[in-house]
Design a protein around this ligand. Structure first.
Ligand SMILES: NC(=O)c1ccc[n+]([C@@H]2O[C@H](COP(=O)([O-])OP(=O)(O)OC[C@H]3O[C@@H](n4cnc5c(N)ncnc54)[C@H](OP(=O)(O)O)[C@@H]3O)[C@@H](O)[C@H]2O)c1
Length: 307
């Protein structure tokens, strides 16, 4: 399944691993196509209708950064063989059902790397699989599934951070090598809680406010400015208690730099009538606040309004 070798970030086939990607959406489809292009043996796991289409037509990615690419991959509803790496890229709302497609006894000792937003999926994965084979993944990208097997990658970057309190460092290094070779900017971080919470603390205010007010960041920044600032500080304090950096000033400065029309994926899900990752994002912040006895008034108000 080799695509277009001329794309800018592609350094050449360092692949040769067996990889399963569970959930061939924006994130999963992009990662699967990149890993297949790099010479890995990729099997995509997903719902019956979707994997049927992907098995017949492959994955097609339109990417300004990486070039358009096409990859023929194996696709099936359930894993049928052990793999070196299993990337989990479903939405949090689909996670428990989706994991039935990658049974522990079939997967073998492959490294399981979720790319979901949130933090609490790590416990779910460590209950299902041997903790020594589970590592946190944090992805920074904008990618959308426009049809089964069709992905539009719109950000000028794909970055993945890996970290784990339970899997050996050598396994994370190997996954990083595979991702880097495939054209993903990947690195291993020392602190799993920090990696997960820094992403969540940045994402949660953006997701909650844009979805609540059905407005892009530009309008949130102006019309709802006081609430934005208060919420960012509230979530930063909670994330700091949970192991994150808790840097409100940096988060606010980054929001200022977003294009005014930037919308969150939670907002797009709301507009499309899809289930929201509200519990994995807002709910996780509330539960951490409770754990550390911290104020979460702004988060709670938004989560209630969106529930
Ligand atoms: N997209 C981004 O730019 C981005 C960036 C950073 C982080 N994230 C995070 O990455 C995660 C994935 O997001 P996404 O945007 O890639 O979602 P998505 O485009 O909606 O893709 C989810 C995929 O999961 C599949 N799926 C749903 N239920 C399933 C089930 N029971 N079994 C197997 N597969 C199932 C869907 O299948 P169908 O194709 O059949 O619908 C779809 O292909 C989320 O936690 C999100 O917050 C996303």
């Amino acid at each position: 399944g080799i695509g277009r070798p001329g794309a800018p970030e592609w350094r050449g086939a360092m692949g040769g691993r067996t990889v399963a990607v569970l959930g061939p959406g924006g994130v999963g489809g992009l990662v699967a196509a990149l890993l297949a292009r790099d010479g890995n043996d990729v099997v995509v796991l997903g719902r019956e209708q979707t994997t049927h289409v992907i098995a017949a037509r492959g994955l097609t990615v339109r990417s300004a950064q990486l070039g358009d690419l096409h990859a023929d991959v194996d696709a099936r509803p359930t894993l049928d063989r052990p793999v070196d790496l299993c990337v989990v890229a479903v939405k949090a709302t689909a996670l428990p059902d989706a994991l039935d497609r990658a049974p522990r006894d079939v997967l073998g000792d492959g490294l399981v790397v979720p790319l979901l937003n949130g933090t609490e999926h790590m416990d779910v994965l460590r209950e299902r699989y041997d903790p020594a084979q589970v590592a946190a993944g944090v992805i920074r990208v904008e990618a959308a599934r426009t049809a089964p097997g069709r992905i539009v990658h719109s950000s000028p970057f794909v970055q993945v951070d890996l970290a784990s309190t339970t899997a050996p460092r050598t396994r994370l290094d190997d996954a990083t090598t595979a991702l880097t070779s495939a054209g993903v900017q990947a690195r291993v971080l020392d602190d799993e809680a920090r990696a997960l919470w820094d992403k969540l603390a940045f994402l949660a205010p953006f997701a909650l406010l844009t979805t609540r007010y059905r407005a892009p960041i530009g309008e949130v920044r102006t019309t709802h400015r006081d609430e934005l600032i208060a919420l960012v500080h509230e979530v930063a304090a909670i994330s700091r208690a949970a192991g994150g950096t808790g840097d409100a000033a940096t988060a606010l400065a980054r929001y200022e730099q977003f294009p005014a029309d930037a919308r969150s994926s939670m907002q797009r899900d709301a507009e499309a009538g899809n289930p929201l990752e509200l519990d994995a994002i807002g709910g996780a912040v509330l539960r951490a606040a409770e754990r550390y006895h911290l104020d979460a008034l702004h988060t709670r108000t938004l989560v209630s309004a969106l529930s």
